[in-house]
Design a protein around this ligand. Structure first.
Ligand code: BES
Ligand code: ZN
Ligand code: ZN
Length: 482
């Protein structure tokens, strides 16, 4: 459930209270008597407890101790996780409201704590007929002189964007198609100064997007291509940052049908597209002075009667030909056309986000994003740092040209798959062939969709990538403004 964060002036006498402090010696006397303070100190110092509960029947007072000096991005992440841990406790006890007392030298840490709470309170209830939340918390009351309004507003934007992003990923394939996806995105972004253009099959055909059209041939729905343009008047950049998201609405594998249970979660194959929409929302709603374009090629990948086949050759938007050796390597085919389309912007940087390969998932699990870059090493470093800050970490893989040797085809310019090994990298190398600008490829196949909740990431769609791109664009704008 989306949390309401409200500001209040005076402490409510009765009700759940979180005391967020970096100094266990300095607890509010009006809440804790001497023996309670001694107990809390003991729990914290001897037992190393960071969260100490006092049951006040029917309410709780909860002390949360954060480190006195926050040194690393991991320290910040620990604070988000504490937020989520306290949230779980309140939800287990079916509490609906809590107030937050901030007793910190650096009140901005409260923002991280609250971020952990809002990210952790998500659940997807659309298809539960009783529609009863398991997560009961509805409202957090924050004393208004202890945290700045701007922080609260930013949290609200993050919450709205992440709920939307995750909802898209979790939506079922019958409802979310290449036709309904762009409509939902357009509607979601409609209050913001973002121009959303949805290209139809006719336009896609005129543009000769052979990759997108090829993958779409086995589908009953037409493909779509969505362009989201945010161009603020006072933009710091003339050439845009372009975000490209893989929008495979459902990946059956096509004629190379996915075996066994490996198809089950493939509604998540549009997670990159959803993350682009979520990032565009946060960037524009925060009025960042940066020119950013989002591109989403969308289709599903199905084995219908006219489906593209292994052995087919597709002619892509940039004129290059691709031999289809495996119809399950479809993401790179639709992304290739989007990357070729991006050339017309003469972009500062293009970042694509895609649930592209099982190989990326197998290599590092759900803990991080696999990243590669060409001609963008400085920006990659900054994106990497943004990833540490929001804890959507990026692990850089090598991107040597030797890997591209695996993509040779005997009848076309290239094949759509490489060999047995380094599948995440050969996929990236395939995409790189369609770029002529600074480029970063992010394979989010590991963290995009979880079997079970992990900290404040829920089971199902995590929304990974959205906060990352928002944070990156935010730091790019801060950098230029200095
Ligand atoms: N959508 C899948 C990749 C994927 C796997 C995403 C697991 C999320 C979780 C992609 O289209 C795919 O099927 N890739 C193939 C490529 C292979 C045929 C070269 C893969 O990874 O097996
Ligand atoms: Zn596939
Ligand atoms: Zn796929």
């Amino acid at each position: 459930m989306e949390l309401k964060i409200e500001l209040f002036r005076r402490r409510t006498v009765k009700g759940n209270t979180i005391i967020l402090t970096d100094n266990i010696e300095n607890l509010p006397e009006e809440i804790f008597n001497h023996s309670e303070m001694a107990y809390a100190r003991n729990q914290n110092k001897k037992e190393k407890a960071k969260i100490i509960h006092f049951n006040r029947l029917p309410y709780f007072d909860i002390i949360v101790v954060v480190p006195e000096k926050v040194k690393s991005d991991m320290d910040i992440e620990q604070i988000r996780r504490l937020g989520n841990d306290v949230l779980s406790f309140l939800n287990k006890n079916k509490q609906k409201e809590v107030s937050l007392e901030v007793v910190l030298d650096d009140p901005s840490l409260a923002q991280s704590f609250l971020e952990g709470m809002i990210l952790g309170n998500y659940e997807y209830l659309k298809y539960k007929t009783d529609n009863k939340p398991q997560k009961h918390l509805e409202t957090i009351l924050v004393r208004h002189n202890l945290i700045e309004f701007v922080h609260i507003f930013e949290l609200q934007r993050i919450q709205k964007a992440l709920t939307f992003t995750r909802d898209l990923v979790n939506e079922i394939p019958s409802e979310l198609t290449s036709i309904t996806f762009p409509k939902q995105v357009k509607e979601f972004l409609s209050d913001l100064p973002i121009k959303v253009e949805i290209l139809s099959k006719q336009k896609i055909t005129a543009l000769k997007m052979g990759g997108l059209l090829g993958v779409n041939r086995g589908s009953v729905d037409d493909p779509s291509f969505t362009i989201m343009e945010y161009k603020p008047q006072k933009a710091i950049n003339k050439k845009p940052y372009v975000l490209v998201g893989k929008g495979v609405m459902y990946d059956t594998g096509g004629l190379n049908l996915k075996p066994g249970t490996s198809m089950a979660d493939m509604k998540c194959d549009m997670s990159g597209a959803a993350a682009v929409a979520g990032a565009m929302y946060m960037i524009a709603a925060s009025q960042l002075p940066v020119y950013v374009v989002g591109l989403v090629p969308a289709t599903d990948n199905r084995p219908g009667g006219n489906a593209y086949t292994p052995g087919d050759v597709l002619t892509m938007m940039n004129g290059k030909t691709v031999e289809v050796q495996n119809t399950d390597a479809e993401g790179r085919l639709i992304l290739a056309d989007a990357l070729a389309y991006a050339q017309k912007y003469d972009p500062t940087l293009v970042i694509d986000m895609a649930t592209l390969t099982g190989a990326a998932h197998a290599a590092i699990g759900h803990y991080a994003i696999v990243g590669m870059e060409s001609g963008a090493s400085g920006m990659f470093e900054r994106l990497h740092d943004a990833g540490e800050e929001v804890f959507e970490r990026i692990v850089e893989f090598p991107f040597w040209d030797e890997y591209a040797d695996q993509l040779k085809s005997s009848i076309a310019d290239m094949a759509n798959i490489g060999g047995k090994y380094a599948g995440a990298i050969t996929a990236g190398k395939f995409l790189e062939k369609f770029t002529d600008y600074p480029y970063i490829h992010l394979d989010i196949a590991g963290p995009a969709f979880l079997d079970a909740a992990w900290n404040y990431w829920p089971q199902g769609g995590t929304g990974v990538g959205a906060r990352l791109c928002y944070q990156f664009i935010k730091t790019e704008s801060d950098r230029q403004n200095k």
